[in-house]
Design a protein around this ligand. Structure first.
Ligand SMILES: Nc1nc2c(ncn2[C@@H]2O[C@H](COP(=O)(O)OP(=O)(O)OP(=O)(O)O)[C@@H](O)[C@H]2O)c(=O)[nH]1
Length: 328
């Protein structure tokens, strides 16, 4: 192949080609480089790459060139890890905004008298953009997968996963894990009186209020189903859980959402079941649910709009605000 043909081929490549001598001076670069750098071969020939592009100083590109010259080693610089090292721009507007082309750079040693290093630059902008879009879509999808569509709090799937993780953590650290189960009182009557749409609005108000009451960033209300919500509290004993449950109960009552057909007052209220345990390695996460459910059942049975905790000693439930609930 003659030199003219080689030069033509290199100029038609959809990749940037830069040839350097042992001192890092530019011997040649192709039409692609001219197009995206805005510099002709005459502008750069015999100049050091670092002089033409001062931004390459102390970058992995400079290291790569040194390694190629001294040790005959090749390197590859991926766009994700190294950013856009060279000031190459797809459009004039990008240059004004300094929005550089995303680059994949190969640095290869050459066994030639004058040419010591070959640098190839590939435009990865479209690929990087696509990856970013896919990543964004995937995190949005993840968020939707774990969010209750009506109320915006965590859904049952979120809770099931949180429960397994929190339980395993509590087993490992031998720390107490508390579960609070919250149920809107006489919600069927609310729906029957106001209609399903107002019922939905009520659930949104309750869920938002419950979430807003929580003071620790990691605490998360999830909708367990229908008009039932759950809350896990890591490293919390019975007293802490009961205090929080009481706060949640009062907060919902204080919303003063009218509920004319409730049998336990004139506003929307909730009944709450609480349990806490330091789980042994044999216990299963779902034992917490059973206990909280039993406590909730007692809270309902005792007149609603109250909090009960599960008392493991007697396998029974007691009111949260009674004396016994004070010891964590
Ligand atoms: N509006 C609305 N209602 C729901 C939704 N999910 C469940 N419900 C209603 O919640 C009501 C729950 O009724 P029940 O399980 O009898 O409970 P309750 O009437 O609150 O009675 P107690 O819990 O014993 O106080 C049913 O009427 C369901 O239709 C929802 O997403 N939107």
């Amino acid at each position: 192949m003659d030199d003219l043909l080689s030069a033509q081929l290199i100029d038609r490549l959809q990749t940037g080609v830069i040839l350097l001598d042992r001192q890092g001076r530019i011997l040649s670069w192709n039409a692609w480089m001219v197009k995206y750098s805005g510099l002709t071969l005459n502008d750069v020939v015999t100049r050091h790459l670092g002089e033409v592009f001062p931004e390459t100083a102390q970058t992995r590109l400079q290291d790569g060139i040194e390694q190629a010259v001294r040790f005959k080693l090749s390197s590859m610089l991926a766009p994700g890890l190294n950013g856009a090292i060279l000031p190459l721009y797809q459009q004039a507007m990008d240059r004004r905004l300094d929005q550089r082309m995303q680059q994949l750079i190969y640095v290869t040693p050459l066994h030639h008298e004058q040419c010591a290093v070959l640098i190839q630059v590939q435009d990865m902008t479209a690929t990087v953009r696509r990856e970013r879009r896919l990543r964004d879509q995937s995190s949005q999808l993840m968020a939707t997968t774990y969010r209750d569509a009506l109320t915006g709090v965590g859904n049952r799937r979120r809770f099931d996963q949180d429960l397994v993780n929190a339980f395993r953590d509590a087993q490992k650290k031998q720390q107490s894990l508390a579960l609070i189960m919250i149920d809107v009182d006489h919600f069927k009557a609310y729906n029957d009186h106001f209609g399903h749409l107002k019922g939905d609005e009520c659930l949104i108000r309750v869920a938002t209020a419950l979430q807003d009451t929580l003071r620790h960033t990691g605490d998360r209300i999830s909708r367990y189903g229908g008009e039932e919500f759950v809350l896990l509290l890591a490293d919390a004993g019975r007293a802490t859980a009961c205090t929080i449950a009481e706060r949640l109960r009062r907060w919902i009552e204080e919303l003063q959402l009218p509920h004319p057909t409730s049998h336990s007052g004139e506003v929307v209220t909730v009944s709450i079941g609480v349990t806490a345990m330091i789980p042994t390695h044999e216990q299963l996460a779902y034992s917490l649910l059973g206990q909280a459910d039993l406590a909730l059942y007692r809270a309902k049975d005792e007149g609603r709009n109250r909090c009960f905790y599960y008392d493991a000693e007697n396998s029974d439930a007691l009111p949260c605000c009674s004396d016994g609930a004070g010891d964590d």
